[in-house]
Design a protein around this ligand. Structure first.
Ligand SMILES: *Cc1c(COP(=O)(O)O)cnc(C)c1O
Ligand code: SF4
Length: 458
């Protein structure tokens, strides 16, 4: 394969609350729109960069442009009451700590920690809690390197928003990769280590390399796959092209592959536009040339991609660019969920109507899937089942991943509900009192965390 030599390096410029008014493209927007961004950006994270602004957003379509809504705060992302509360405070004072207090009060009402993340999944090594590691499903350990807890831009839907606004102090982050390698060695069921964040590719290659080389040096015999979860292809493809250490990064990828470990770049793409630039296409070619795979995932997002045509186009483009469609998610019940959420039944409809338009090569994708407390739950579809001479409409669900691996793959049924947007809004079908996994889940909770935090279905 012939790969073009990269010539003029792209310079990364980042914009957030303190300097967004200097973005030239905003000059033509109304002051009201800018004030709205300012208000919402005081509560939810806001960061964007020159690639997103210059190459992804179509400014003729603003404010309806999907990438604009993906990265710039929108008024409707807060409820009217929360918006007015923040706006009022901003009109009354410029005092930072007073404004932060108002913002934090609102943030606490936005379910900052869905799915029992903080307490339930932190493993131990010889009695020490490994903050910065999460181990929920047998085969895969998540690793949050402490220098990788930000991103090249922020998605307005992101469930990790509390850490980006400084609420969480990066509770998940870890400096010690030594401990990670030991942990993997002691857990033979683990085959995958997934570097995640934030975005681990925000780190300099040198730092990422330190983490990865520890794993390669220790070479636990059970380790088969290293995954890197990243949005760099969507938000800053120059990370693989012209950044100072871009070539070093590609060499690191090659080194992982040469060591006999499968390297999977888990790329977030939310809209086909992100696959359309020369830069992203060159970056994908370069990554693939190292022997790494690229698997893709995204949630279904109202206002951005809630349309089967968009998903079919996205999957086709991904396959044409040599990427493997992997997951379609349902957005988490946190932050601006009311703005982005799509009822589960509609998510399924979007999935099905996109899936039926694409060839089997694209059908590696699974979804729509909720990452909930008991596991990853897929909505298989709506079915009518005859009960006592009449038809009962039910939702068929199954675990793609379960806190207990034995739950995986068993279909189960919920009462039809056209409005539910998350597992906790569903009830069992056929008059059952609870879903088959609930007793056991409660038991797992009892053994692991304090009762106050118990919420069986988030
Ligand atoms: C999604 C997820 C994984 C990875 O699951 P795969 O189905 O193997 O991609 C691992 N840990 C957690 C906590 C997850 O949410
Ligand atoms: S890139 Fe990923 S971690 Fe960063 S804001 Fe977007 S979804 Fe969240």
């Amino acid at each position: 394969m012939i790969i073009q030599k990269e010539t003029s390096p792209a310079k990364y410029r980042s914009y957030s609350l303190h300097n967004f008014r200097s973005i030239p493209q905003l000059d033509s927007l109304s002051e009201e729109l800018k004030f709205n961004m300012d208000v919402v950006g005081h509560v939810l994270p806001f960061k964007v960069n020159n690639y997103v602004i210059d190459e992804l957003i179509d400014w003729n379509k603003v404010p309806d442009d999907p990438i604009f809504k993906l990265t710039f705060p929108q008024k409707a992302m807060l409820t009217r009451a929360h918006f007015n509360e923040m706006a009022k405070a901003m009109r009354q004072t410029r005092d930072k700590s007073a404004l932060r207090e108002v913002a934090n009060k609102i943030r606490m009402q936005l379910n900052p920690h869905p799915a029992g993340q903080l307490e339930l999944n932190v493993p131990q090594l010889e009695g020490t809690r490994l903050n910065g590691v999460q181990h929920k499903y047998d085969q895969t350990v998540l690793f949050f390197p402490s220098q990788g807890q930000t991103c090249h831009a922020y998605c307005t839907f992101c469930f990790r928003w509390p850490q980006f606004v400084g609420m969480d102090d990066m509770k998940f982050a870890m400096k010690e990769s030594e401990m990670l390698a030991q942990y993997v060695k002691q857990h033979p069921e683990v085959t995958d280590v997934l570097f995640t964040g934030g975005d681990p590719l925000i780190m300099k290659t040198r730092i990422l390399q330190d983490y990865i080389e520890k794993l390669l040096d220790e070479k636990p015999s059970n380790l088969q796959t290293i995954r890197i979860g990243t949005k760099a292809l969507g938000y800053w493809p120059y990370r693989f092209l012209t950044d100072d250490d871009a070539d070093d990064l590609l060499q690191l990828f090659e080194k992982i592959v040469r060591s006999g470990i499968n390297l999977a770049i888990m790329a977030h793409f939310n809209h086909p536009v992100e696959l359309s630039t020369k830069a992203v296409q060159r970056a994908i070619r370069k990554i693939r040339a190292t022997g790494a795979q690229i698997r893709t995932q995204s949630p279904v997002l109202n206002h951005i991609n809630a349309d089967p045509k968009i998903w079919a186009e996205m999957w086709r483009k991904q396959v044409n660019l040599n990427c493997i469609p992997y997951y379609m998610f349902v957005p988490r019940d946190t932050g601006a969920q009311h703005y982005f959420s799509v009822p589960l039944v509609e998510c399924w409809d979007i999935f099905r109507n996109a899936y039926k338009q694409v060839s089997g090569i694209c059908r590696t994708v699974r979804g729509p899937s909720m990452s909930a407390t008991p596991g990853k739950v897929q909505v298989l579809g709506v079915t009518e089942i005859p009960v006592n001479g009449k038809f009962d409409k039910v939702l068929t669900l199954r675990f793609l991943q379960g806190r207990n691996p034995d739950w995986v793959g068993k279909p189960f049924f919920a009462k039809y509900n056209s409005e539910a947007t998350w597992l906790n809004e569903l009830n069992p079908a056929f008059g059952e009192k609870e879903f088959f996994f609930e007793k056991e889940l409660e038991q797992i909770y009892k053994e692991n965390i304090s009762q106050e935090a118990f919420n069986p279905y988030e």
